[in-house]
Design a protein. Structure first.
Length: 155
């Protein structure tokens, strides 16, 4: 863990952190609204697992039902195209910014400098949620026990 944290710190020079944050702030208004609009055209404007702070397996199945076949297909496609890139963008911005600031705020050897690993956990859990929710959507109306519960835990 310490080795990984230090590697992230080495990558996180000032210009790299600034570039990552700029990419994040450009990507957010230019790409996210278009993705949301395309999905809304097909699936409607109901709730989505990605936009829900908490949901249950039954909520996930209700979303799948409300999306309809085309909406579920669009959901799965978005998770395996756009939603592969988006977590990388926000994780890169977060770990570089936290690493750059951490080097300046905390002394060498401080456990607080390990905070730059938190965005990596976010990336991992985001991908795990996307995998599980995609499986549920792809298999609907069949129930997918355990996977449906894991999606709610990973969110």
């Amino acid at each position: 863990m310490v080795r990984l944290s230090r590697s992230l710190e080495r990558i996180s020079r000032g210009w790299v952190a600034l570039l990552a944050v700029v990419i994040f702030f450009v990507f957010t208004p230019l790409v996210l609204p278009g993705q949301a609009a395309r999905f809304e055209e097909v699936a409607g404007d109901g709730p989505s697992p990605d936009q829900s702070f908490l949901y249950t397996p039954s909520d996930l199945y209700e979303m799948a039902e409300a999306y309809g076949p085309a909406g579920r297909a669009a959901y799965v496609q978005a998770r395996w195209t756009f939603d592969v890139i988006w977590p990388i963008v926000y994780t890169f911005a977060l770990f570089t910014a936290i690493s750059w600031l951490g080097k300046r705020a905390f002394p060498e050897g401080s456990k607080a400098r390990l905070l730059n690993l938190v965005p990596i956990l976010g990336l991992l859990f985001d991908y795990l949620e996307n995998i599980c929710a995609s499986i549920v959507m792809a298999r609907y109306p069949a129930q997918t026990p355990v996977v449906d519960l894991l999606a709610t835990i990973f969110t």
